[in-house]
Design a protein around this ligand. Structure first.
Ligand code: ADP
Length: 514
């Protein structure tokens, strides 16, 4: 590996791309080698290796380098490096590989982006037993493909070129935490002017999922905020650094150096940044942030706006506020899912149907009913009642409900959904995209059995039906229900009323609309 860090301007970046002929050759050979489908985080690591962002590294670390970094913060050749950078694999996958071999590295779509010339297969010295990794040089076949904001995805070389063209001799990097409020913009503007430096706004964006609205909103807000700097003072680039790595200040300093920066804003007091300033070649500048009781991360902003609160214009630029309000409407304009769970004959379908009618009467959002029986007929007709099939059925319902919710509609689901883990999966699928209300229809089994609408309890008791929930198959009582309704002493209308009341309290239905 190369032995020195490079100067902010000039100096060679170590990128890992093979020349075009060699890349063609590797592509052809790749069918013969074993391959590994990279995780999102590994794709980010690989992307930075390939483009020179992790220069002077030219691959993943071997055990010796890893050990040396852990004890001395140095690669074996003496180059400063703060944290291990390895390619981690499950033991089973690692055991089949050995030094001298070649491994094809594939992205999420299975495209071969690089090969790894394996130099070492080892257990990570600092991690739990069973954490295996590979070390060795990588050769890039093609850049990691992005389709979002491609004009902002500059490589280190392109970024340096831009600085050079702008005549920037000093550049300070700023990693915004959220969408950039006025105070941050003003502080960074003044500090950069005092330093006589250009500004690189460089959010670490990792590898966003295709439908990740938060990512798109955040970048659009940053695009708007960057225009507020004096002309020619600031530039915006997206850094493919995995979220988990963005907090590693020294690693970040090296990356920023490779992107041509001489300074970097640091939010917290990072004594190590100052201490290792000569090693990284980047000088830290303290970013002072007014600790207002204001939401600053996207998560907090979402919650704040969802509850119908405002972001005051003195805190954010109007175009940023507009952007945020567009993506994060108050809950009364967001879609939501009401997910009923409970034993057969507990009353799920009956309440769901009354709720459907009530919501249609209010008439503010389109409503879809995904009743247990309807779903089994239309979405899951080939499935049976094994645990595996029940879980697949619930996942399908969850997927459809999440699409409806995301697009601003109401989904009412009424399956039995006996297992807690898959109910949790469904909540996680839906909650980031709108409302999710889990209603446990907690009618005692004796009453459900007495009702026995379809005569199925009786058949289950006689053993004619196997695996019947409540009789011969488990029902895991929810511990995370937002609402629990025992129907034994209530009318269906009263039960639906309880759900409506809950939705009003949570802000999904404006009070007075029901
Ligand atoms: P599930 O969908 O949970 O299998 P159903 O809604 O199909 O249950 O059946 C529930 C039965 O209980 C229906 O016959 C319904 O009329 C009756 N019932 C009595 N009181 C209620 C109530 N408060 N809520 C819902 N159903 C009730």
């Amino acid at each position: 590996m190369a032995s020195h860090l490079i100067a902010p301007h000039g100096g060679n970046l170590v990128d890992c791309f093979a020349g075009s002929e060699r890349a063609e050759e590797l592509k052809e050979l790749s069918g013969q080698w074993p391959s590994w489908n990279l995780t999102s985080r590994q794709i980010c690591d690989l992307e930075l290796l390939l483009c020179g962002g992790f220069s002077p590294l030219s691959g993943f670390m071997t055990r010796a380098d890893c050990q040396s970094v852990l004890t001395d913060m140095k690669l074996q050749d003496g180059t400063f490096w703060p944290v291990p950078l390895t390619l981690d694999l499950p033991e089973k996958a690692a055991r089949g590989l050995c030094a001298g071999g070649t491994l094809v590295l594939r992205d999420l779509e299975g495209v071969a982006v690089a090969v790894l010339h394996i130099e070492d297969v080892f257990e990570r010295p600092d991690a739990a037993a069973g954490s295996w990794c590979l070390g060795g040089r990588v050769e890039g076949i093609q850049p990691v493909q992005h389709y979002d904001f491609t004009d902002l995805r500059l490589t280190p070389a392109e970024t340096r070129k831009r600085f050079e063209d702008s005549g920037w001799r000093r550049v300070v990097a700023f990693q915004p935490r959220g969408v950039m409020y006025r105070a941050e913009q003003e502080f960074t503007r003044e500090a950069a002017l005092a330093l006589e430096a250009g500004l690189l706004i460089h959010p670490a964006v990792g590898l966003p999922e295709a439908g990740d609205a938060d990512h798109y909103t955040r970048v659009r807000c940053l695009q708007a905020a960057v225009k507020r700097y004096p002309a020619g003072m600031a530039t915006l680039g997206l850094l493919p650094l995995a979220e988990a790595r963005a907090a590693e200040a020294l690693l970040r300093a090296i990356v920023q150096k490779n992107y041509g920066c001489s300074h970097l804003f640091s939010e917290e007091e990072h004594p190590s940044l100052k201490k290792h300033q000569n090693d990284t070649g980047v000088e830290p500048v303290r970013l002072e942030r007014d600790e207002q009781a204001l939401p600053s991360t996207i998560e907090q902003i979402k919650e704040h706006l969802g509850r119908g609160r405002e972001i005051p214009p003195r805190l954010a630029f109007p175009e940023v506020i507009r952007e945020l309000e567009r993506t994060y409407p108050p809950r009364s304009r967001q879609g939501f899912t009401v997910f009923f769970t409970g034993l057969p004959s507990a009353g799920k379908s009956t309440i769901a149907n009354v709720l459907l009618v009530n919501l249609m009467e209010i008439g503010f959002l389109p409503v879809t009913l995904l009743d247990g029986d309807i779903v089994r007929r239309h979405l899951s007709s080939e499935l049976g009642f094994s645990r595996e099939h029940r879980d697949i059925n619930i996942r399908r319902i969850g997927f459809v409900a999440s699409e409806i919710t995301k697009n601003g509609g109401i989904a009412i689901c009424a399956p039995i959904a006996p297992y807690a883990s898959v109910r949790k999966e469904v909540r996680e699928m839906i909650a980031p995209r709108g409302g999710f209300v889990l209603v446990h229809v907690a009618t005692p089994i004796s009453i459900c059995e007495d009702r026995d609408r379809k005569g199925l309890y009786a058949k289950a008791r006689k053993g004619i039906i196997k695996k019947y929930t409540g009789i011969s198959d488990p029902y895991e009582t929810p511990e995370d229900a937002d609402l629990s309704i025992d129907t034994s002493a209530l009318t269906p209308k009263e039960c639906a009323g309880k759900v409506i009341l809950h939705l009003e309290k949570q802000g999904y239905i404006e009070e007075g609309r029901s």
